[in-house]
Design a protein around this ligand. Structure first.
Ligand code: CTP
Length: 203
């Protein structure tokens, strides 16, 4: 089976040297890539993280949400399973200046525009044989929020977690597919959780 996995927090550049990003480390996406490799699958990892890629993956480095979208569009048709573990920025600066902004004593406003929802695009464009998996980071009403994403993005699986999982080696996740009840995994390392997710996606 061929897994396409995204990981890390995208960087949305404001000028030559400054960017907006988030606290995602990429650990969950990398753990999933490693678990899939260990289970004997082919893995393409599209990453916005600085972590060292697991041996055996086909690695595509990206910075921004736009670059990640381009890479997913290029590689999606070849995969059986897409797992969007990346924390893709929801907004990006309207202007990316090709200079370094000089400091002044005036307020500075940065205008942002929405990025394309890559997961939603994949949910719309998937073939019957393809499975599209998303993550939902919810700080309240975890199940309600995640189920809304599952439905609205036409996903085959949503993995809900909480802000405590960000940049951590452990997490507590709950998993929902359209036709099954919620599955709550025990609090565990991301390595253990990743193995379970890969098992669920290949059984
Ligand atoms: N996602 C995406 N493209 C975006 C934004 C998010 O593909 N432009 C994906 C993420 O990889 C993740 C899921 O969508 O799998 C998260 O859903 P989202 O609607 O962004 O929810 P948020 O509440 O913004 O979630 P999160 O903080 O979990 O990113």
């Amino acid at each position: 089976m061929h897994f396409l996995i995204t990981a890390g927090g995208t960087r949305e550049y404001i000028d030559l040297v400054r960017f907006i990003s988030n606290a995602s480390s990429g650990k969950m996406g990398y753990a999933l890539a490693l678990a899939a490799i260990k289970a004997g699958h082919k893995v393409t990892l599209i990453s916005a993280s600085d972590l060292q890629p697991p041996v055996g993956v086909y690695f595509v480095a990206v910075d921004s949400a736009a670059e990640m979208f381009t890479a997913v569009k290029r590689l999606f048709t070849k995969c059986d399973r897409l797992i969007m573990a990346a924390a893709v920025a929801d907004y990006t600066p309207v202007k990316k200046l090709k200079i370094k902004i000089q400091k002044s004593n005036k307020n500075l406003a940065i205008k942002l525009k929405p990025t394309t929802d890559i997961l939603k695009w994949a949910g719309r464009h998937k073939r019957k044989s393809q499975t599209v998996v998303g993550f939902a980071l919810e700080d309240k009403a975890v199940r309600t929020g995640a189920e809304k994403k599952l439905r609205e993005k036409n996903l085959d699986m949503i993995i809900a977690n909480t802000p405590a999982a960000v940049n951590s080696d452990v997490a507590s996740v709950q998993i929902k597919t359209p036709d099954r009840k919620w599955l709550k995994l025990p609090h565990a390392t991301k390595t253990q959780i990743a193995k379970k997710i890969i098992d669920l996606l290949t059984c």
